[in-house]
Design a protein around this ligand. Structure first.
Ligand code: FAD
Ligand code: FES
Ligand code: FES
Length: 470
């Protein structure tokens, strides 16, 4: 028997009758009859489909977050509250201030991108009523406009921010059903406890484990894959934990990048800067840290910093939990030690101490919304002016995210000096035979990676990380 999907749409309770692997955009424009949200790329890149979503999971923020409807699946959003561009004006009885100012300011030409931009900016004003210009640029990083140019859009956002805040309805308090859809055809199972999740994983080894879907849902959005059975992690209470205790920051296996950002940024500001360049706010509000690591991608942006910061990954399975250093998690190109019946339950990062200096540099073709060509993360622990411990980790340089232990060994016990920098750089160059792909040639990567180490050393005086977009 098919179980419908319950959600709040623009303030009203709705029971959607679609397959749970339908994209939210397809459902909105079809069954729901709301065609304001547009399909530009169908892969989370352009923002034309942006809507606002408040998840109703345990521990999740009840704030509305901009989300790419083209790669969010209906079964993921069971019990969530959605606001589309149509809802923004209806809810306020008149146009939302951002709609008014976009119209007055000539912030739209062909208009294809406009609903997504309006939704992204309404989301910004909702979570930050007094944004500065940089906040507006950050909020727009996931929205492409090809004909207006961003200046009038940014001006409209700043003007709208000066007005009384527009109202968005309180997110609904729906309780998620244990499953939605039709067993045998397309079923999404929504466990709420870790024990239940692991039992399901063991019982259904072929089921897809779905967190934010910003990697895996592209198969549905783009390749039109059909998914018979999916297990969703976002309602599992234990996986939503984010807490500092026993000298570590613990981030649960379903915590999104946006949820983790404030605590990461307050402990490691440079890691925070990197995360603000991770996809866009739409991607970060769905995508999880665990999902990023589970893909075992050599260019995933989470691993280099986490390895340099000595993070441990906690894996839960039928036999209980085990913890290992993150660098030991990756076994090869897109492979890891994770077994079919296991999940990542948490990542633990030791909290920083005053003698530690950390930085991370992401080099990508575009500043925002682009995965790294090379990412280098470095941490020195200083004893006076000597390096007593050193961690050097790279993404984009090998088949896996890689900790360069031989280069670390050269640095330990030395002072930072031009001689040391050269010796470490030479070792880094000798260690890697980097990949050659459309993001960058092997020669380019081989030049950039050691230079990032030099930059780290030159910035030890506390110079801030600057733009590294090429
Ligand atoms: C437009 C766009 C921009 C992007 N930009 C970046 C970027 O700048 N940097 C970057 O690194 N990545 C980027 N990504 C990739 C993606 O957003 C990240 O890898 C994200 O963190 C994946 O998390 P998720 O929760 O969406 O994973 P999902 O797609 O839900 O899952 C990915 C994989 O992880 C597994 N998984 C999820 N949770 C667990 C768990 N708890 N235990 C075990 N396995 C699990 C799933 O089964 C699946 O195999 C981008 C993607 C898009 C579409
Ligand atoms: S259609 Fe381009 S991000 Fe969704
Ligand atoms: S107004 Fe045409 S793409 Fe933005």
């Amino acid at each position: 028997m098919s179980k419908s999907i319950n959600l709040m749409l623009n303030g009203a309770l709705v029971e959607a009758q679609c397959r749970p692997d339908t994209t939210v955009l397809e459902w909105l424009r079809g069954e729901a009859g709301l065609r304001g949200s547009k399909e530009g790329c169908a892969e989370g890149d352009c923002g034309a489909c942006t809507i606002l979503v408040s998840s109703n999971g345990p521990g999740t923020s009840r704030h509305y977050q901009p989300t790419n409807a083209c790669i969010a699946l209906m079964g993921q959003l069971e019990s969530a509250s959605l606001i589309t561009v149509e809802g923004l004006s209806v809810l306020n009885g008149t146009d939302h201030p951002i709609q008014e100012h976009m119209a007055q300011n000539g912030s739209s030409q062909c208009g294809f991108c406009t609903p997504g931009i309006v939704s992204a900016l309404a989301g910004l004003l909702h979570r930050n009523p007094g944004p500065g210009e940089q906040d507006v640029h950050d909020a727009l990083a996931g929205n492409l406009c090809r004909c207006t140019g961003y200046r009038p859009i940014v001006e409209a956002a700043l003007a709208a921010a000066k007005e009384t805040q527009a109202q968005l309805p309180e997110p609904g308090a729906l309780v998620a059903k244990p499953s939605v859809g039709t067993p045998g055809d397309c079923e999404f199972i929504l466990p709420t406890r870790l024990e239940e999740l692991i039992a399901l994983k063991s019982a259904h080894p072929d089921a897809i484990l779905l967190a934010g879907g910003t990697d895996s849902a592209l198969d549905v959005a783009h390749a039109r894959a059909r998914w018979p059975k999916v297990i969703v992690t976002r309602h599992v209470g234990e996986l939503q934990e984010i807490a500092e205790r026993d000298d570590v920051l613990r981030i649960g296996g379903a915590v999104t990048w946006e949820q983790a950002l404030p605590q990461i940024a307050s402990n490691w500001p440079e890691f925070g800067t990197l995360i603000r360049r991770f996809g866009s706010v739409q991607i970060r509000s769905m995508g999880t840290l665990a999902g990023n690591l589970a893909t075992a991608s050599p260019i995933g942006d989470g691993a280099p910093s986490l390895i340099a910061l000595e993070a441990q990954i906690e894996i839960a399975g039928p036999q209980g939990k085990r913890k290992l250093p993150l660098e030991d998690f990756f076994t090869g190109y897109r492979t890891s030690v994770l077994k079919a019946d296991e999940v990542i339950s948490a990542v633990e990062i030791p909290l920083p101490s005053p003698e530690q200096i950390f930085s991370v540099y992401k080099v990508s073709k575009r500043y925002d919304q682009d995965i790294s060509t090379v990412c280098g993360a470095f941490r020195f622990t200083m004893a006076g002016d000597q390096i007593s411990a050193c961690r050097i980790a790279y993404g984009g340089m090998a088949a896996t995210p890689y900790r360069c232990k031989s280069a670390e060994a050269i640095a330990i016990g030395s002072r930072v000096s031009p001689t040391l920098i050269k010796a470490v750089q030479k070792e880094i160059s000798n260690t890697f035979q980097p990949l050659d792909d459309m993001r960058g040639s092997a020669a380019y990567r081989a030049t950039v990676a050691p230079n990032l180490f030099e930059r780290f050393c030159l910035e030890l005086g506390g110079v801030k990380q600057e733009v590294m977009s090429l």
